[in-house]
Design a protein around this ligand. Sequence first.
Ligand code: NDP
Length: 240
Amino acid sequence: MARVAIVTGGTRGIGAAISLALKDRGHTVVANYAGNEEKAKAFTAEHGIPAYKWDVGDHEACLAGCERVMREVGPIDILVNNAGVTRDGTLHKMTFDDWNEVMRINLGGCFNMAKAAFPGMRERGWGRIINIGSINGQAGQYGQVNYAAAKSGIHGFTKALAQEGAKFGVLVNAIAPGYIDTDMVAAVPEPVLEKIVAKIPVGRLGHAYEIARGVAFLASENAGFITGSTLSINGGQHMY
Ligand code: NDP
């Protein structure tokens, strides 16, 4: 059945692949973005997926943005919390701003978007929320206390909201990607990346579409008995 889906950070990287995968499955997709106008315009022009700009770390902006989407496109059935940023550094060098910004956008964004979209899903008795966590939220990562904490928080957020949503037909799951070939990973210095790839059993970085297909599955009717779970898509880099 065709649904209305919103993908935060949905105009490039993993988010763009998620927007396309959901569109391919017949859903009406809206992509949110933060400020990269060039990528957003090109994405909309190429794929016909409308792009809405707001900062997911801004609570009021999320409420107003989702309200606009619901008015212009329809009630939100599927929410994919994908938007994320990194501000890496060892604790020694990390500023409070680095900490706060990563928590505000990565974890705060999930709360803000769920506050806007969950009530309608609950009322209508059907909804899917899929949060993009990270292998580094599961295993930790040197130089990422902010990002690992935020992503780990997303996994806890997912399990808690899944318990609240289940009896209303709202299923909440997470995906924990390993290292995926996007702009975010392109920012990792080459020697560090080589060491990371050497630790991935399948011997390569993942593709954005490999995460997107996981999201599409969790959004589908086939995943009707899955809630509160985390699907690790990481080439075997972290197993548990
Ligand atoms: P990119 O850096 O390529 O893209 C990030 C996206 O998030 C962009 O669309 C960006 O919008 C959007 N975004 C950033 N800040 C905000 C904000 N405040 N409000 C709204 N949108 C925002 O990231 P990836 O595609 O690599 O990552 C996507 C998700 O997957 C993230 O949550 C990331 O943490 C997670 N992840 C990625 C991994 C990887 O290896 N790449 C591994 C594990 C997890 P704009 O285009 O306007 O800048």
